[in-house]
Design a protein around this ligand. Structure first.
Ligand code: ZN
Length: 241
């Protein structure tokens, strides 16, 4: 890509401030670790935003200048105000990319964009996870091997109540026996959406090189390029009618 992309990494940022055991893993916050991974790429201009900032760090001006938004939330989904959710949704429909991470499956914005419960099975037992690349030609899988292995992660299991993904890039296997659709692509309006499963707050997943590669690949995939202007409503005819 020959232009720089404006990326906003949004994190609820409560676990890491409230409990020492999470702060030890993510001293700069989960958003800090994700942003650091993205800043390894010179074409990405990265800022962060968190729930407790004014307007959750997602003012109209901030969203208008964001090409791709990443979303990590867990315990405070309900604290995100509906006006902000509506603003993010409108930006996605107009072409902003959205990457929803891990427990963001239950965020207001993801549920609204999917239209289903987005519920799933889970277990915090340090399962081993293998994310198998099931669509090796997909740009989000570029540079990976056959699978990504994470020695300890939270388990998410099927059934995952989402609409059928338009492309499925990863399927996870867990040592407890479950499987999960862990890399799911969608379009809504002019916007591209990617859901990526790993990233529990008690494991250093966002420092893992392959995970960082997927997140960076997903940012580039989700970014819109030169979208035609979208016009709605009553219009005069172009020809004599
Ligand atoms: Zn989790």
């Amino acid at each position: 890509m020959d232009r720089s992309l404006q990326v906003t990494v949004w994190n609820e940022y409560r676990h890491e401030r409230e409990e020492e055991r999470f702060a030890k893993i993510y001293p700069e916050g989960i958003h800090g670790a994700i942003a650091a991974g993205l800043r390894e790429h010179s074409d990405l201009v990265v800022r962060t935003a968190t729930l407790d900032e004014a307007e959750h760090g997602l003012s109209p001006a901030a969203l208008d200048t964001t090409d791709v938004l990443l979303w990590w939330g867990h315990k405070a989904h309900d604290a995100v105000d509906d006006e902000t959710v509506a603003r993010v949704q409108a930006r996605v429909l107009a072409g902003m990319g959205l990457i929803v991470l891990h427990s963001g499956h239950f965020s207001k914005i993801f549920k609204r964009l999917m239209g289903t419960s987005c519920d799933l099975k889970w277990r915090e037992a340090g399962d081993r996870e293998r994310l198998w690349v099931v669509d090796p030609g997909h740009p989000i899988a570029a540079g990976l091997g056959e699978y990504i292995q994470l020695d300890q992660e939270e388990m998410y299991g099927e059934h995952f109540d989402i609409p059928p993904p338009e492309a499925l890039v990863f399927v996870s296997w867990f040592s407890g026996g479950e499987v999960f659709r862990s890399g799911c692509c969608y379009t809504r309006g002019a916007g591209k959406i990617f859901y990526f499963r790993p990233g529990h707050e008690s494991h250093p997943t966002y420092f893992q090189p392959d995970v960082r590669r997927v997140v960076a690949n997903a940012v580039r995939w989700a970014a819109a390029e030169d979208l035609p202007r979208r016009t709605f409503g009553n219009v005069p005819p172009l020809e004599t009618v």
